[in-house]
Design a protein around this ligand. Sequence first.
Ligand SMILES: [Zn+2]
Length: 313
Amino acid sequence: MNAHRVNARTLKPVVICSVCCTASLRTGVPEVVAVRSNVGRFRGSAFPVWRCADCGSIHAAREVDLGSRYQDYPDHAPVALDWRRRLLFRGQLRRLKAAGLKRDMRILDYGCGNGALVAYLKLRGYAGAVGFDRFTPAFSSTIPLWPRFDMVIAQNVIEHSSNIVGFMRDLARLVRPGGVLFVGTTNAAAIDLRAPDAFADTLHQPFHRKILSLRALLVLGHRNGLALERLYHTTYTDTRIPLLNERFMALRTAWVNDTGDTPLLPVKSRHRRRFWTWRALLLALFGSFLSRKTHVVAVFRRNQAPSTGEARP
Ligand SMILES: [Zn+2]
C-alpha cells in the first residue's frame, strides 16, 4: 500500500490518507478489501481498496499505470446523440440552468471524453461550451486559462485522479470568481465495503483511484474557496424515465457483457429474454426509486475574492 509510513516511536505502520492527511494521522493498517474489476480488459482481476477511517474516502491501494488504458476508454469513443443521450443530457442541462447557466457563458466540460455533452450544449445554443480531455485527441489541446470560465463541469472525473486534492485545486482555479464549479462524482459514504461485489460498478477498479466521501468533497471545496450552493444525491443518468436509471443500467451492463464499459450498448437478441424477469422489469420501471445514491453532485460557487497568492496567468 503506497500510503504506509513507519512511526519511529511505535514502529507500527501509519496510514496516511492523502485526502485528509493534514487533519489526522491514524495508526494501524485499515482493512484492505479486494474488489473485482467491472471493466472487460481486467476481467477476472481484483484490486485492493481501503477506506480512511477519518474522512471516509476510499483509496485504490495498488499503483496501476492507466495512462495507456485511457486511449481506448469507452467514454472516449465517438457516439451519436441518440434519443437516450438527449434525454439524459436534457436532465443535466436542467441542473446546469438551476446553477445559473446562461447562453452567453464560457463553459468548460473538463474530462469531456467523447465530447457528447459539449455537442449537446452547442446544439441547444450554448456556443461558449468547450471541452477538454487529455486522452481524446479532439479535445486534448491546452485549455485557454484566461479569461476563466463562468462554469466548469467535472462529471465523473475527479475520482480518476490519484492526486485528487491537487485536482480540485486546479479545477477551482479554472473558474472565475463568482463562477460555478459543478462536480459530479462517486460518494464513498454510500459504498459498503463489506459487500464489495455489489458495488463493483461504482468502485470501477482500477480506474477510480480516490473516491471521496461527501464530507471530504465539501471540505476540499471549502479549502479551495468554493461555497456549496446545491447538492444532488443522484447522477443525471439516474432518471425516472423507464430504462434510464442507474440500477437498471448496471444490471443491463452486467447481463450484456459484464464489462461496465458500455452502459448503452445495444442488447443482442440472445440476451433479450433475460430481461423478462420481475427484477429486471421492476428496476427498468422503478429503479430510480431504489437508487443507492452512490453518486453525488455538488454545485459550488467560487468566492468573489481571488485566493491569496493567485496571479493572472
Ligand atoms: Zn481521510
